[in-house]
Design a protein around this ligand. Structure first.
Ligand SMILES: Cc1cc2nc3c(=O)[nH]c(=O)nc-3n(C[C@H](O)[C@H](O)[C@H](O)COP(=O)(O)OP(=O)(O)OC[C@H]3O[C@@H](n4cnc5c(N)ncnc54)[C@H](O)[C@@H]3O)c2cc1C
Length: 397
């Protein structure tokens, strides 16, 4: 995007995020990957730089910024460290934005305070037997007197074990056992009884944020824990999943940032590295690779920025968010792979960041809706048909 299309405030925000990325975030990235420890020190830096909770409305202590503002920060941070980029996604988009759009006054205040204090909320949808087919979830919330009691297992929950605030999806049943719809419940780790983190997944990349199994064993919450969207419980899941379009744009942005970081490293190295008596970028085989990488980056950036812009005053458009995530995640994997190739044997070494980037970027065609399922979303929008295989709260009604 032409930088002049960004406002002075956005350029300042982008510069602030780039400065942080180039300094402390770059310095910590390899260690965060190696130790697999959540970077609490980086969270403090993000807080100081006002890069978390910035989409929270000002009346709740945030800055009321738009999706594109968040995208600019996430893009810059992810070029240095994808884990940091993901923290910026989940403290500005996804669960927090669902609560800020649909929560009660009390829920909004609690969630905003927690995020602004540095908590990265967890969103709990996926189950061992219900991944892409999220409607097939079996976690249930049974109304018992003036309480809901939740039982079930969630897995691959980002932040499980470090996040405090959880937005947990479950099938809701009334006291007679009648199914009412899928709802989202707020719970707090170490406070809500029955919420248990039972396993950490040994992941390929993005190792600084735990992915966890969460067991709900008679998790007991009051009705005020239920986030009720405007159309009520029956359409609740579909409504709550519109908030997830912001997270999809965020995920696409992390992939874009990683690819930009890798491309820049390859570009610089192609001038420094000499073989056959000249810089390797004098070989047309590599020039065309650089050209293809930059074309994919420009196209990805345009899709991501446009999807972010489509959400002004609401949530990003579902079609644009899906298109951006599919194209950007697939392109980013190709770009990082090519960038690694520029370094020959060095690219395969853990002393350079390319191998980490290649592991990190691989996630983005999977998490938050796979590339295949998001193609169903795109096809459904093009055909104007409600396809059941979309993971977006399809309801038969
Ligand atoms: C790092 C990471 C973080 C994650 N974080 C979270 C989180 O915080 N919260 C959360 O709830 N979940 C999270 N997930 C889970 C993620 O959303 C699911 O992995 C994803 O939705 C796919 O589900 P699945 O893994 O069960 O694959 P499956 O649904 O079993 O799919 C297997 C394969 O079949 C394909 N497939 C399935 N259905 C169709 C179809 N109709 N048409 C064509 N192909 C199809 C899929 O694309 C995939 O290739 C995370 C996953 C990862 C890897």
């Amino acid at each position: 995007m032409n930088p002049s299309a960004l406002s002075p405030d956005q350029l300042e925000l982008q510069a602030r995020a780039r400065e942080l990325a180039a300094g402390p975030v770059t310095k910590r990235a390899a260690e965060v990957d190696r130790t697999e420890q959540y970077p609490w020190d980086t969270v403090e830096l993000l807080k100081d730089a006002k890069l978390i909770g910035m989409t929270i409305p000002t009346q709740y202590g945030g800055q009321g910024k738009g999706w594109l503002d968040a995208v600019l920060a996430i893009e810059a941070l992810s070029s240095a460290c994808a884990v940091t980029g993901r923290i910026a996604v989940e403290t500005n988009m996804g669960a927090i934005s669902a609560v800020m759009a649909y929560g009660s006054e009390e829920q909004k205040r609690m969630a905003a305070d927690m995020v602004l204090a540095g908590d990265k909320p967890a969103i709990c949808i996926t189950e061992p037997e219900a991944g892409s087919d999220a409607n097939g979830m079996t976690t249930r919330a049974d109304k018992k007197g003036n309480r809901y009691v939740l039982n079930g297992r969630k897995h691959w929950i980002t932040g499980g074990g470090v996040s405090r605030l959880h937005l947990i999806f479950a099938k809701v049943y009334d006291e007679k056992g009648t199914f009412e719809g899928i709802g989202g419940f707020l719970a707090i780790r170490d406070e809500t009884k029955g919420l248990k983190i039972t396993k950490r997944e040994p992941t390929m990349g993005l190792r600084g944020i735990p992915e966890a199994v969460i067991d709900l064993e008679d998790m007991d919450v009051p009705p005020s824990a239920l986030v009720i969207p405007p159309r009520g419980l029956k359409k609740g899941f579909a409504d709550l999943m519109t908030a997830y379009n912001s997270q999809r744009v965020g995920a696409a942005t992390v992939a874009l940032g990683i690819a930009e970081g890798a491309y820049q490293l390859a570009l610089d190295w192609s001038e420094k590295r000499h073989q056959f008596g000249r810089p390797i970028n004098e070989f047309q085989g590599l020039q065309w690779k650089l050209a293809d990488m930059s074309i994919k980056l420009s196209a990805s950036r345009a899709l991501v920025y446009n999807a972010a812009r489509s959400g002004e005053g609401g949530f990003p458009d579902m079609l644009m968010a899906a298109q951006a995530k599919v194209f950007t995640s697939e392109s980013a994997i190709q770009i990082v792979n090519e960038a690694l190739q520029f370094f020959g044997a060095r690219g395969y070494s853990r002393e350079l960041p390319l191998e980490r980037m290649a592991r990190d970027v691989r996630m983005f065609t999977i998490g938050g809706g796979t590339a295949e399922v998001l193609r169903n979303v795109v096809a459904g929008a093009l055909l104007k048909k409600k396809l059941p295989q979309t993971r977006d709260g399809w309801d038969k009604a």
